[in-house]
Design a protein around this ligand. Structure first.
Ligand code: XBP
Ligand code: MG
Length: 256
């Protein structure tokens, strides 16, 4: 088997979590006496900045504030983000956000095939733990050989840092691994780290430009929701599995 590891993004890829993030941000703002309320269209724009703390900073920078007010607002970011994380975890722990279709199947297939699993995300480690344990059970973290998260690297996506960090920890070459992402920022990060990159857009990223990606599919496909004939024609099956990923990786290598 050429494929050694599958590296997953979390938000939008393992699960469509961004509405839960948006709710948590707004609840935290309210709790801290701020009248900030991020609407869905506004949040779609704000998502261009990855990372919750960085997103709040981008929002503060967009407000018409005096310099002193702006720096006072910036000083509140740490406390706001801590409150947001607690609220987000409460939503996730309540089981409100399921894994995307086909994710658990692909994780199981990878294990059976001896393909290592890794995570490369900008979100906070506690958020990943909550999502994985709620959806896959208490031992879920052990499925992943490396979890690269949040502030473990200096620069968040679209910088390649988090993927490079995970590859380094795994001791693997990028050409032997595949990234699964949902966004332009995520795909840019994975490609800049030298990875074959598959994108399954989510509600928030549909319509973004994925020209940099190697393969774009509406989802991974499952028995309940197989990929449509047109999409299945691209990968030779109505579900994206380890065999199909391996075939895509080899085809890309031949044409390189
Ligand atoms: C997703 C994100 C995350 C969440 C917020 O990007 O940008 O920052 O929106 O998470 P990607 P935190 O899927 O490309 O990793 O608030 O925990 O930072
Ligand atoms: Mg994502």
């Amino acid at each position: 088997m050429r494929l050694k590891a599958l590296l997953f993004d979390v938000d939008g890829t393992l699960a469509d979590t961004e509405e839960a993030h948006r709710r948590a941000f707004n609840e935290a703002f309210r709790e801290h006496g701020l009248d900030w309320n991020w609407t869905k269209p506004q949040y779609a724009q704000l998502l261009r900045t990855t990372g919750g703390k960085e997103r709040i900073a981008a929002y503060i920078n967009s407000l018409p504030l005096q310099p002193a007010q702006r720096s006072a607002a910036m000083e509140r970011i740490g406390a706001l983000h801590k409150a947001k994380t607690a609220k987000y975890m409460r939503i996730i722990n309540a089981g409100e956000v399921p894994l995307r279709e086909g994710v658990e199947r692909l994780l199981d297939e990878a294990k059976a095939a001896g393909v290592v699993l890794g995570i490369a995300t900008t979100t906070t480690f506690d958020n990943i733990q909550a999502l994985l344990q709620t959806t896959l059970g208490p031992d879920a973290l052990a499925r992943f050989a490396v979890i690269g998260a949040g502030d473990q690297v200096p620069c968040k996506k679209p910088a390649p840092d988090i993927y490079k960090y995970v590859l380094h920890r795994l001791g693997l070459r990028p050409q032997d691994c595949v990234a699964i992402e949902d966004s332009t920022n995520g795909a840019a990060s994975a490609k800049a780290a030298g990875l074959f990159t598959i994108v399954t857009p989510c509600y928030w990223t549909e319509g973004e430009d994925f020209a940099a990606a190697d393969l774009v599919l509406p989802g991974l496909g499952s028995d309940e929701r197989p990929l449509t004939d047109r999409v299945a024609g691209l990968i030779g099956n109505d579900k994206l599995g380890i065999e199909e990923i391996e075939a895509q990786l080899k085809a890309a290598e031949r044409s390189a």
